[in-house]
Ligand binder design. Sequence first.
Ligand SMILES: Nc1ncnc2c1ncn2[C@@H]1O[C@H](COP(=O)(O)OP(=O)(O)OP(=O)(O)O)[C@@H](O)[C@H]1O
Length: 330
Amino acid sequence: MNIIVRDLKKHYKVKKREVGLKKIKQLLKPEYSTIDAVKGIDLQINEGEMVGFIGPNGAGKSTTIKMLTGILAPSSGDIFVGGLNPAKDRKKLSYNIGTVFGQKSQLWFHLPPIDTFKLFSKIYEVDNFEFKKQLSLLVDILQLEPFMHKPARQLSLGQRMKCEIAASLLHNPKLIFLDEPTIGLDVVAKRQIRTALTEMNKRENTTVILTSHDAGDIEAICERVVIINEGSLILDNPIKSLSGYLQNNKLLKFKTAHDISKLKMTAGIEIVSIENETVNLKVPDNNDFLSKIIVNLINDYEIEDISITEPSLEEVIHSIYTEKSLRGSV
Ligand SMILES: Nc1ncnc2c1ncn2[C@@H]1O[C@H](COP(=O)(O)OP(=O)(O)OP(=O)(O)O)[C@@H](O)[C@H]1O
C-alpha cells in the first residue's frame, strides 16, 4: 500500500497558560496560542517499502502518524494512503492497515491474547482458513505459544509486545505503522519482533513505517530513513547512504572532567555530543590530522579513555539532528 503526502500541516490550538490575576482572566475569556507541530511535509512511500520515520522528541512524528492513520485530521495538505483519504475513509482503511503504539495496548487486559486474536479476526472479517494460517505463522516467528493462553495482564512487557505485533498483523494488513515497538525489550524479544516484520514484508510485500528511537531497529528493519525535526522533513535517504553521511570522518571519543566548552575547534572538527564527561567529536579521517588533535587534547586537558571509532548509525543520526537543525531544513 503506498502513501502520498503533499504539503501536510497540523496546528494545535492550545490555551495560553497564565499566572496570577491573568489566570482568572484566562478562565473567563480564554486566549489561545498555536503550535505548528507539522509544517508542510511532502512524502511518497511506495508499496512494500520499509521506512524508518525518526526524529528527536517533539519533532512531529506521532502527529504525522496519527494523520496518516486517520486518527487526526490535518490542518491543511493532502494525504492518500492506498488512494484513500485517511480522515474520511478511516473505517475502510482500517481493514488494510495495522498499528502498534508501544505505549498503548490493543489487547483485552483480562483476556488471553489468543481470545483477542479471535475477536480481531471477527472484527476484521478474516476468513477462518486465512486466520489459522496467519496465526500459526506469527506464533511460530514470535514464539507466542508459551504465553498466549495467559491473561494479558499477567504478561511481561516483551511477551505483551509480541502479542501486540501479532494482533496488528493477523488480518494481514498491507501497511503497518509501529511506534516504538521495542521500547524496554531485551535483545531476544527485539530480534524476534524485527524478524517478524521483515518476514511479513518479504512474504506479503507489507509496507512498514517504523518510528523508533532505537537505531538498532532502524538498521535491522528499514531500507530508507525519513528524518523530521521541528515539524519539517530534514532528510529522506536510503539507509545505505546514511552510513556514508559521515564518510571520511571518524568518531573521536574521550572522557575528561575538564570544561571543554572553550575547546578550540579546528576546521573540520565538530562536537557531536557531550554527556557525563564523555565527549564525541566528529573528526576527519586523516592520520596526521588525528595525531595532531590527540596531542593537543592531551596537552590541554586531563584525558581518560580516548578512542577512535567508526560512527554508529546512532551517532550518524545524532549528528544529522544537530547539524540540520542548526543549518535549517534542506
Ligand atoms: N494534543 C496536542 N495538543 C497540543 N500540542 C500537541 C499535542 N500533541 C502534540 N503536541 C505538540 O506538537 C509537537 C509535536 O509532537 P509529537 O507528539 O507529534 O512529536 P513526536 O515527534 O512524536 O515526539 P516524541 O518522540 O516525544 O513522541 C510537540 O511540540 C508537542 O508538544
